[in-house]
Write a protein that binds this ligand. Structure first.
Ligand code: FES
Length: 202
């Protein structure tokens, strides 16, 4: 499994998590109008539009067990092709999880399920810890890593304060991260084209 997360991770800012909240866009417009009263300056720049644009990802070359990282809105977003064994490892873990059904975590409505995904095998998540914004590392089942239990069943480990997440980004109990990893809005344009940043068809 690839774990490369080459992108710099900015300090965690809870306001950045507002992109899944319906009020986010209206709030941004209001703030801009206050700071810059000239109507002619209100149109978003090409750079601003590019920063907020959806990102299309080719997953046709994503073999089971592998992953890739793309940038969306300045954040690293992981796209992981989970194997059948990785999916099986998600079962029977609820008692050890803070929010197993993701009722208090951020994800598209269609991904509010135990695998936290639109397609069970494809996991899409923002690679930023929900505690203080460090970048967790993917660790496969059985992988040894300081801070992980011997019976580790696979998932993600945050080296900053030891939060651990299962293979669906669900945080374990008694860890500092309060919620599961964020799953960004996304949909599939075709069998092999994933669009991150826009909800749409499944
Ligand atoms: S930033 Fe991840 S555990 Fe604190």
């Amino acid at each position: 499994m690839s774990t490369a997360l080459p992108l710099p991770v900015p300090p965690h800012d809870p306001e950045r998590r507002a992109w899944l909240l319906a009020t986010g866009a209206a709030g941004g417009v209001a703030a801009l109008g206050t700071a810059v009263p000239l109507v002619s300056t209100l149109a978003p720049s090409e750079r601003a539009k590019a920063l907020g644009a959806a990102v299309e990802v080719d997953i046709g070359d994503l073999a089971p067990g592998s992953s890739k990282t793309v940038e969306w809105r300045g954040q690293p977003v992981w796209v992981m092709h989970r194997t059948a064994a990785m999916l099986a490892a998600l079962q029977g873990q609820d008692a050890g999880l803070v929010d197993p059904l993701s009722r208090r975590s951020l994800q598209p409505a269609g991904a509010t399920n135990p695998t936290r995904s639109l397609r069970p095998e494809i996991f899409v998540a923002v690679g930023i810890c929900t505690h203080l914004g460090c970048s967790p590392t993917a660790v496969a089942a059985g992988g040894s890593h300081p801070g992980l239990p011997d019976d580790w069943s696979g998932g993600f480990f945050c080296p900053c304060h030891g939060s651990t997440f299962d293979g669906a980004g669900r945080v374990h109990r008694n860890k500092p991260a309060p919620t599961n990893l964020d799953v960004p809005p996304h949909h599939y344009a075709s069998a092999t084209r994933l669009v991150i940043g826009e909800d749409g068809g499944a």
